[in-house]
Design a protein around this ligand. Structure first.
Ligand code: UDP
Length: 315
């Protein structure tokens, strides 16, 4: 039995990861300040004997009285409206100070630590699809910078702790992920479109709707995370984890409307600043090193996600 600490454990990805780790017989220490996560997300495992919750903000050092084997560092507001709004400064602090504190904890425990990095490190990509070797095109002073530069700095810290302190690190770059456990008020495109269509409200496309994203179903992503954590010693990544299927926001809106059978109207709204035009992962490295490839196509994942939101919204 391993003791595994998950920061951001009550968030969307964190709660799905905790559930999977518990189901595989591990002892899980879930750490979150619940700014954007919620205990509601882990209520089904909260009373499990192998599950512990610690309310803590990782911008402050954390000491745990148990020997920890693995740390998944997921904590950070991840939705653009969350990190561009009142959480902007906390976002940089969580990325940078949070990474520092968790790397110190990993060093003390000789634990393997996985960083949930992001496709946002590529900014507005000029190379398409994006391989890990692409160094990105980020606006360092824009409204997305707190997240993008915060996550870039965290990657840099991880590599310095690896080079100079011998910490066993793993980095994944997560592309857009969706599925059960998403917050209806998250502000992401998938949750917005589905909730709008279910409630018969207008579907809000930002900009022309020609911008693209690649959407990965949450179970596929969790599988990639666990494979990366348990990959061969010395393999650090970074590794892109995402579904290479690429869709415009217009196509996504059409799919959601058709699957729900909704008659919601599509409206076009202002495009937020620095919104990337295109995004699609090159996942050859994940395939080669982790033997991983996403298995849930968008339509199938959307059906499961719609089912979840129907229940959540009571529709
Ligand atoms: N978007 C949209 N309507 C919405 C929310 C988002 O058209 O109600 C667009 C957004 O401008 C971006 C894409 O959908 O181009 C993905 O946005 P999201 O916030 O889900 O993730 P991002 O990739 O920007 O982190």
């Amino acid at each position: 039995m391993k003791t595994i600490l998950v920061t951001g454990g009550t968030g969307f990805l964190g709660s799905n990861l905790c559930r999977r780790l518990i189901s595989e017989g591990n002892r899980v220490i879930c750490v979150d300040n619940n700014y954007t996560g919620t205990l509601e997300n882990v209520k089904d495992i909260a009373s499990h004997p192998n599950f512990t919750f610690i309310q803590h903000d990782i911008t402050n050092p954390l000491s745990v009285d148990k020997q920890i084997d693995q740390i998944y560092n997921l904590a950070c507001p991840a939705s653009p409206p969350a990190y561009q709004g009142k959480h902007a400064i906390e976002t940089t602090k969580t990325c940078v100070l949070g990474a520092l504190n968790m790397l110190e904890l990993a060093k003390k425990n000789k634990a393997t630590i996985l960083q949930a990095s992001t496709s946002e490190v590529y900014g507005e990509p000029l190379v398409h699809p994006q391989p890990e070797s692409y160094r990105g095109n980020v606006n360092p002073i824009g409204i997305r910078a707190c997240y993008d530069e915060g996550k870039r700095c965290a990657e840099s810290l991880f590599f310095d702790y690896h080079r100079h302190e011998g910490v066993d690190i793993k980095i994944i770059r997560i592309f857009n992920t969706y599925g059960p456990g998403m917050d209806p008020k998250d502000g992401r495109v998938v949750s917005n479109f589905i909730c709008q269509a279910l409630k018969g409200e207008d579907i809000t496309i930002y900009g022309t709707g020609e911008q693209t994203r690649s959407f990965c179903y949450v179970d596929d992503l969790i599988e990639a995370m666990i494979r990366m954590m348990n990959s061969e010693k010395g393999f650090t990544g970074p590794v892109n984890t995402g579904n290479p299927g690429e869709f415009t926001m217009k196509e996504l809106a059409e799919k959601v409307l058709a699957l729900i059978g909704s008659s919601s109207k599509v409206i076009f709204c202002d495009l937020p600043k620095d919104d990337p035009t295109q995004r699609r992962p090159d996942i050859s490295l994940a395939q080669e090193k982790l033997g991983w490839h996403p298995s849930v196509p968008l339509d199938e994942g959307l059906v499961k996600t719609i089912f979840y939101f129907r229940k959540k919204l009571g529709i």
